[in-house]
Design a protein around this ligand. Structure first.
Ligand SMILES: NC(=O)c1ccc[n+]([C@@H]2O[C@H](COP(=O)([O-])OP(=O)(O)OC[C@H]3O[C@@H](n4cnc5c(N)ncnc54)[C@H](O)[C@@H]3O)[C@@H](O)[C@H]2O)c1
Length: 271
């Protein structure tokens, strides 16, 4: 008897949780891989319709095969191009009639001391990680201005945690954190919230080339005892994008298993 009651409630609870984003339309940049891909998938699982923007055509094709075309679309974009970003956002409006959620996850990294840093690789990281987020926020806000919405930028613990060899990345991510705060102020009158997530070390294609000795140091620096998964970050993104966070804006939520509280690995020395 109690078992039946529990089972019935579980079914209702699952149905409710499964439709958390029913009727919502989202754009996810960098949505073909890693954190962005898992976020796009989680939004689809929760009832949203999702437009995935990425520059990697092969990965986009994989997404197009995997996800239901009735609720998803893929667009090849380079987030450093304003015309591309505008086209991505307009695809959401044309295809699904609105835009409620923007998740800005496209990013790249590089490892070089400042002394040896080529200006081209500096500019590339700043362009993708900071200017790309600026352009995405700009056009998502323009689209949301009439109906409200939520934007979640993917920053990094390196927005606050300096790391040798990561000057461009740390600077870009620090910029994303401040951009998030300014955007939150400007967006508030339009009913739009803007927040960021600062992930710690997450196992994705971006971190896959990390040498095993460095990876071991990263894992040792995480009090939770394991690296993050894309799903750890996606669940936090969905929290900030959803109604449970309706009074949170301009914040950066650190999602890192406690990593920022331990000493950061020294990336340029000893490897
Ligand atoms: N993995 C980590 O440990 C970690 C930690 C902190 C922050 N982050 C951030 O999370 C975000 C996602 O990273 P990930 O780990 O999932 O990496 P990933 O490499 O798996 O995904 C990044 C995606 O961005 C796309 N991309 C890169 N440049 C682009 C451009 N110019 N235009 C459009 N798309 C572009 C790539 O094609 C790729 O699909 C990044 O912003 C990254 O800086 C990752």
């Amino acid at each position: 008897m109690v078992g039946d009651w529990l089972k019935a409630n579980l079914i209702v609870w699952r149905a409710m949780m499964g439709n958390r984003f029913e009727g919502k339309v989202a754009v996810v940049t960098g949505g073909a891989s890693g954190i962005g891909r898992r976020t796009a998938e989680a939004l689809l699982e929760q009832g949203a319709r999702v437009v995935i923007g990425d520059r990697d055509e092969a990965l986009l094709s994989e997404c197009a095969e995997r996800f239901d075309p009735a609720s998803s679309a893929t667009v090849r974009v380079d987030v450093t191009s304003e015309a591309d970003v505008e086209r991505l956002v307009m695809t959401a409006a044309h295809r699904f009639g609105r835009l409620d959620i923007g998740v800005n996850s496209a990013g790249v990294g590089t490892l070089s001391s400042i002394r040896d840093h080529g200006v081209d690789s500096w500019k590339q990281v700043i362009d993708v990680c900071l200017t790309g987020v600026f352009l995405s926020v700009k056009h998502e806000l323009k689209q949301m201005a009439s109906g409200g919405g939520a934007i979640v930028n993917i920053a990094s613990i390196n927005a606050r945690q300096p790391a040798e060899g990561m000057a461009a990345y740390c600077s870009a991510k620090a910029g994303v954190e401040m951009l998030t705060k300014v955007a939150a102020l400007e967006a508030a009158p339009h009913g739009v919230r803007v927040n960021a997530i600062a992930p710690g070390f997450v196992e994705t294609p971006m971190t896959a080339p990390t040498r095993s000795a460095v990876r071991a140091q990263f894992v040792a620096s995480i009090p939770a005892g394991r690296p993050g998964s894309p799903d750890d970050i996606a669940r936090a993104v969905l929290f900030l994008a959803g109604e449970d966070a309706s009074w949170i804006s301009g914040e950066t939520l650190v999602v890192d298993g406690g990593e920022v509280h331990r000493e950061y690995p020294r990336l340029l020395s000893g490897f």
